[in-house]
Design a protein around this ligand. Structure first.
Ligand SMILES: [Zn+2]
Length: 267
């Protein structure tokens, strides 16, 4: 059932795919100590695109993102790539255990964090940076964006990007709407702030605390090339999520999956 849902979601949006390229390779091969900054490689073409005449400074404005009408649902690229994402944290009771398991297997993941959780746990974002994980913006207070005015959405997103920059070392390039409830303002503001909208393919529904075995089964039966898995490292008792990754992560690796993160866009 989850597989069918994931497949249907994927089929629904051919645009909803992000290519996992160099970042994926880096995720697999680079030492855990190498932070995202270490993966920042400027393409030579970026220099060739600079105007050859004029006396102004080099163009430094961030590349403008296309405003999407639906979020990215899955990743593409060669091979059996999947991506693990964790929402609503960081939380000192659960996030360190998930980071420990990821480190044990040399795997990187995405963490969509809430600003109000970051303020008291900045050291966890510093650890994510050190260990090469990608941090995304999941708003400040986790509101239903579709019930907010545009200015309130902007504030939720902007404050969170600010605290992420402070704790993680760079501004996020990815945004995920709480509850998967997107609207046009969220897509527009995200693009304006340099963030692509990222959803998911397989929901572990770990927030329902269905039991560790159920979470493990949802990930393993939903596993397929391109799948983005949604789990949570905060927002309630997440000990089942902590235990589940200890089981499904080695299973996915043994099954030949490469757990990846999106490549960093250069601006
Ligand atoms: Zn959430």
């Amino acid at each position: 059932m989850l597989l069918a849902g994931g497949a249907a979601l994927g089929a629904a949006g051919t645009a909803g795919v992000v290519v996992a390229g160099d970042g994926g390779e880096a995720a697999r091969t680079a030492a855990p100590a190498a932070g995202p900054q270490a993966r920042q490689v400027l393409k030579s073409s970026a220099f060739r695109l600079q105007p050859l005449t004029g006396y102004g400074p080099p163009r430094a404005a961030p590349r403008k993102l296309k405003v999407r009408s639906e979020p990215i649902l899955q990743i593409s690229g060669r091979g059996r790539r999947m991506m693990l994402t964790y929402d609503d944290g960081p939380n000192p009771a659960y996030t360190p255990h998930i980071l420990d398991t990821l480190a044990k297997y040399g795997v990187r993941a995405m963490f969509f964090v809430c600003g109000e959780c970051v303020v008291d746990n900045k050291e966890l974002l510093a650890r994510m940076a050190d260990e090469g994980h990608v941090v995304g913006n999941h708003t400040w207070t986790h509101p239903l964006l579709t019930s907010l005015a545009r200015g309130e959405i902007r504030s939720e997103m902007e404050r969170t990007s600010d605290v992420i920059e402070d704790a993680y070392g760079e501004r996020p390039q990815w945004f995920r709407a709480p509850y998967g409830a997107w609207n046009r303002a969220a897509f527009q503001l995200g693009a304006e702030m340099g963030m692509e909208p990222m959803a998911w393919t397989v929901d572990t529904t770990d927030w329902e605390t269905p039991g560790t075995g159920v979470i493990v089964d949802r990930v393993e039966s939903g596993a397929a090339p391109g799948v983005v898995v949604l789990s949570h490292d905060a927002g309630g008792d997440r000990s089942q999520s902590v235990h589940a990754i200890r089981e499904y992560l080695p299973y996915l690796l043994d099954s030949g999956y490469q757990l990846t993160v999106p490549p960093r866009r250069t601006t």
